[in-house]
Design a protein around this ligand. Structure first.
Ligand code: MRU
Length: 341
């Protein structure tokens, strides 16, 4: 299923609304920049590469929105900035907007409508490229998985989190396509439940055996030797390989090391931010406390008690067995002591 597409007739960006899965398949239409920012912030669409693809289409809407105004270049700058700042951790967001801006640098557009047409081609290419990268990651990573493996994953790093096919789930899909029998354990991923709602939904649709475990069951499953590998996605990878991913990933990496289980990250190069020397420099999003305080509209925390809602944590590179990228598998640390990659 195409879960992100641009409706050229209505000039809308159309997104499968991930807030309602798996119960309902509803579509969310973005007609302008503010709709795109809302969709990103409320997690109508989420997952770093998918955020990047949506942001690229969002730039097209920004260009269409400013087309009537005199100072369209200036207001376009503001709108693209709003998009690129919608969420702070996903490196693909800033990467995609920068790439859109860079694409038009050496060209002259007399109207914003001309620019929108050019940008739509660029956005479509970013989208296609992301799917190609995921398939490449799959082909590089599939040999890491053996026939009969049970793979634990966290959050959702699948088709829904990307332009299509997935990063961590792309590696699993590629191994399954090779004929390997792979079982998946999806940790539920409180508070937004990406593992339970989204990873289970998309793997079940593809007939890949999947079971959901509460986040706090993962240690016991590893202790009982029910997990052979852990494969997760990434939101931002610093120059030394430290990796930000959904909150709870760090705990899984520590547990995997304790139990002697290989722990892999799968991510395209667009998720690397080499301007950040280490994980300490990655901005970590803090989200609305209400996400933790309520489950399905019911309060689960006493009103006068505070909560934490960090959306991501950082796994230090020494806990990562390898990073599966579209260019091949990187071993860690990424930087040698001269600072070169
Ligand atoms: O808050 P989210 O749902 O956007 O967080 C997503 C993740 O942490 C994913 O694991 C990551 O983006 C990799 S997606 C291929």
């Amino acid at each position: 299923m195409e879960h992100i597409y641009f409706d050229s007739r209505k000039k809308n960006l159309v997104l499968l609304d991930q807030r309602f899965l798996p119960a309902q398949e509803k579509w969310f239409r973005c007609a302008d920049t503010s709709d795109v920012v809302y969709a990103l912030q409320k997690m109508v669409i989420r997952g770093a590469p998918a955020i990047g693809v949506a942001a690229a289409y969002g730039c097209v809407l920004a260009a269409l929105e400013v087309k009537g105004g005199d100072a369209w270049l200036k207001s376009l700058e503001e709108k693209t900035r709003e998009i690129s700042q919608a969420r702070p951790t996903a490196a693909n967001l800033g990467w995609a907007v920068q790439r859109m801006l860079a694409a038009c640098k050496s060209r002259i557009f007399s109207t914003a409508t001309d620019l929108a047409g050019f940008w739509l081609e660029q956005a479509l290419e970013i989208h296609r490229e992301d799917v190609r990268s995921n398939r490449l990651m799959g082909s590089h990573g599939l040999d890491l998985l053996e026939d009969g493996d049970t793979v634990m994953t966290h959050c959702n790093a699948g088709a829904l989190a990307t332009g299509g096919y997935g990063t961590a789930l792309g590696v699993i899909r590629a191994a399954v396509e090779e004929g390997k029998r792979i079982r998946v354990i999806a940790s539920e991923t409180r508070p937004f439940l990406q593992g339970a709602r989204l990873t289970a939904y998309e793997l079940a649709r593809d007939n890949i055996p999947v079971r959901v475990a509460c986040d706090n069951a993962c240690a016991y499953l590893m202790h009982r030797q029910m997990v052979n590998k852990v494969v997760v996605g990434a939101d931002c990878i610093a120059a030394n390989g430290d990796t930000a991913n959904k909150i709870g990933t760090y705990a899984l990496a520590v547990l995997a090391e304790r139990h002697g289980i290989p722990f892999y990250v799968a991510a395209p190069l667009s998720t690397f931010d080499l301007s950040l020397p280490s994980g300490e420099d990655i901005p970590i999003e803090e989200r609305d406390p209400q996400e933790v305080r309520y489950i399905m509209g019911q309060p689960i925390v006493p009103e006068d008690v505070d909560v934490y809602n960090y959306a991501f944590d950082v796994t230090p590179h020494h806990l990562i067995s390898g990073i599966i990228t579209d260019k091949g598998i990187l071993s860690l640390p990424l930087q040698d002591n001269t600072g070169a990659l």
